[in-house]
Design a protein around this ligand. Structure first.
Ligand code: CP
Length: 309
């Protein structure tokens, strides 16, 4: 039975609170499964999932692959960099050829915002957005909020600062939607050049001062500078960025409060966060990665329940 209000997972914007709660409750059950000696259930033996990645990934691709395998689904992995995309094949043709091999679900990572929506409108497969350009990364936001909830309990009224390259970040937008739907308050913090001009329309606070953001928040999600998406110079140097917006242990110690430290990865150690903080006792970075498998199992399982078979 599908308890979600959506046929695909394209973005957090499309989900309601009940969808998010259903995903979290289902993830609770799967988290228990993946902590057993035999980390597998036979639920989706008749389903085939394709991981279709047009951009690099470590966490998301492996996490979706493990999630599908732990549900006993079959998995194929497609990476554009060594495929016939290099010979000029389009996204639609690529995916329709994959679907012709009797694939039921496509997990898509693509550099273009809206690519997952586009596929959902032009193919018959269930689509899960694994990051579309600077737009959304819904499973990242779900696993972030789930992990934060494990640490803080209900997120209602909690304050979360998202720090860094908000302008180019799909993680930021998905996190803002997800945290707000769960009742949290959100602040974004970074240099003014890396904060979208109309961000306040999303009902978030804005700060250009890291210390101020940290003093306000219960948790902080540190984002990396996405140099691969930057077409201009947004700050004088990485050293300048790090001095103003890098999270260090001495800064944390000076606050005299406990903060939950998050990062979606990949980390640029010594730029947005020091190793001491990333590996410190308040960091839940690896919990986020662990929970990613249970969250993705939940999403795959819930969406698969509406596939005709
Ligand atoms: N957080 C995240 O999306 O990491 P990858 O790019 O390694 O998948």
């Amino acid at each position: 039975m599908n308890n979600l209000s959506v046929p695909h997972l394209l973005g957090i914007q499309d989900l309601n609170l009940s969808d998010i709660q259903t995903i979290f409750k289902t993830a609770d059950a799967f988290k228990e499964v993946i902590n057993r000696p035999i980390k597998k259930v036979p639920s989706l033996r008749d389903i085939t999932l394709a991981n279709v990645f047009f951009e690099n990934s470590t966490r998301t691709r492996l996490s979706f692959e493990l999630a599908a395998k732990r549900l006993s689904a079959e998995v194929v992995n497609f990476s554009a960099s060594n495929s016939s995309v290099k010979k000029g094949e389009t996204l639609i043709d690529t995916v329709n050829n994959i679907l012709a091999m009797k694939v039921d679900m496509v997990v898509l990572r693509h550099e273009s915002p809206g690519a997952a929506l586009f596929l959902s409108q032009h193919t018959s497969a269930k689509i899960i957005n694994a990051g579309d350009g600077t737009h959304e990364h819904p499973t990242q936001a779900l696993l972030d909020a789930y992990s934060l909830g494990e640490k803080l309990g209900s997120l209602e009224g909690k304050k979360v600062a998202i720090v860094g390259d908000i302008l180019h970040s799909r993680v930021a937008l998905s996190n803002i939607h997800c945290l707000q739907k769960l009742g949290a308050e959100v602040m974004v913090c970074g240099p003014s050049t890396l904060i979208p001009k109309h961000i306040s329309l999303l009902n978030v606070r804005v700060s250009h001062n890291l210390r101020e953001a940290l003093l306000w928040s219960d948790a902080v999600n540190m984002l990396r500078i996405q140099l691969e998406r930057q077409e201009a110079e947004y700050f004088p140097s990485l050293r300048d960025y790090s001095l103003n917006f890098g999270l260090t242990q001495s800064l944390l110690d000076s606050l005299d409060k406990e903060l939950v430290i998050m990062h979606p990865g990949p980390i640029n150690r010594g730029v947005e966060i020091t190793s001491e903080v990333a590996d410190g006792s308040h960091s839940i970075i690896l919990n986020q990665v662990e929970n990613g498998v249970a969250i993705r199992m939940a999403v795959i399982y819930l969406l698969a329940s509406t596939i005709e078979r």
